[in-house]
Design a protein around this ligand. Structure first.
Ligand code: PLP
Length: 351
């Protein structure tokens, strides 16, 4: 429950295709450097984007985030991110650009997300990049079509880029694509690590227009391509998606309900964004007298791995625990039981 990875796939076509690829010893060969054309087409089809968009396959979307920040930012450029958020983006942006403004969003007023208003308030003449993780790791907040249109206006008016990280897209109720509203200003980062259950295997980015991708391609390090067997798995994952997506989404939704019922039993604890649009949520325990470190250690001693808030926040990490729930329901039931038990025990011992 600490990694946001997806443990809900049974033995599947994804596994079969990777096994076959290994048996055929595909790993003896390099793939096409930009990725198999079939995979690139399937990704665009999955997103409902036409071939005015170009794509590049990388070994995980983390590599894509690194390449995008490296390519887009010059040393004098500023970036806007949010706190809580996916901190590796701040890390990369501060390496390649100048200042990273991490906007505090841990409050009800902004809906626990970086809103267009907050972006306008925090922009300056050197702002070049806005990072939108959607749904947001760790909170699970997600953007509406109207908000994305406003971000598109900001990008057009100020000639800046929007980095739309849609790693958790398929867990969301009604996810929208920034690329549809600001194609020339958007770079979309897509991952196979979460809904597809292929952790760290093949990420991808879609450039709004081929010029953006062409520029990013000019700085790739891994120019001999992403390994063949993970791309074979990714192709099978996309081709079979209709068969398994419903099952995974239904399970993650009912798993969330189990967690909510447990949290409701702890006085002072609450889930800021419920339901979450991702496969993880935040449990705020600030008013319970129990720290995220204490409860995460209690859980770990009982073989449950969660993340303390400090993993995804510099300013609010002392308030919450992040738990992901794309795991079997029986494991979630176990978590619910020991979470309640742990909170009650630790609360008693801290008095
Ligand atoms: C928002 C976000 N982007 C990217 C990643 C990394 O994805 P990948 O495994 O494809 O590198 C994660 C992983 O947790 C994430 O939360």
């Amino acid at each position: 429950m600490g990694q946001n990875t997806n443990h809900l796939h049974d033995e599947s076509q994804i596994m079969d295709s990777m096994m076959q690829s290994i048996k055929k010893r595909d790993y003896n060969k390099y793939p096409p450097p930009e990725g198999f054309p079939e995979l690139k087409d399937l990704i665009l089809e999955d997103l409902g984007l036409n071939n005015e968009f170009d794509t590049l396959i990388t070994a995980g979307s983390t590599e894509s985030l690194y390449l995008c920040t490296n390519d887009i930012l010059s040393p004098e450029d500023n970036t806007i991110t949010c706190d809580p958020g996916y901190l590796i983006i701040d890390n990369f942006a501060s390496r390649f650009g100048d200042h990273v403004k991490s906007v505090p969003i841990y409050n009800k007023e902004c809906g626990y997300k970086l809103t267009p208003e907050l972006v306008r308030e925090n922009m300056d003449s050197n702002t070049k990049l806005i990072s939108l993780v959607d749904p947001l790791n760790p909170l699970g907040s997600c953007y509406t079509k109207e908000e994305l249109k406003e971000f598109a206006d900001i990008a057009w008016d100020n000639d800046i880029y929007l980095l739309h990280d849609i790693t958790y897209r398929d867990f969301a109720e009604n996810h929208q694509l920034m690329a549809k509203y600001a194609p020339e200003h958007t770079v979309t980062v897509y991952s196979f690590s979460k809904i597809y259950g292929m952790a760290g295997m093949a990420g991808m980015r879609v450039g709004g227009v081929p010029e953006v991708i062409k520029s990013i391609k000019s700085i790739v390090i891994n120019d001999l391509g992403t390994n063949v067997f993970s791309q074979r798995g990714a192709i099978a994952a996309l081709k079979s998606k209709k068969e398994w997506l419903g099952h995974i989404r239904n399970t993650t939704r009912s798993n969330q309900e189990i967690i909510k019922k447990a949290v409701d039993q702890i006085e002072g604890a609450f889930i800021p964004v419920y339901p979450s649009n991702g496969n993880m949520l935040v449990i705020d325990i600030y008013n319970t007298n129990v720290t995220p470190l204490a409860i995460s250690e209690y859980l770990l001693d009982r073989k449950v791995f969660t993340r303390e808030g400090s993993y995804t926040s510099k300013d609010f990490g002392h308030r919450y625990l992040r738990v992901s729930f794309s795991i079997p329901p029986s494991d979630i039931e176990y978590f619910a039981k020991i979470f309640i038990e742990g909170m009650n025990t630790l609360h008693g011992s801290s008095k």
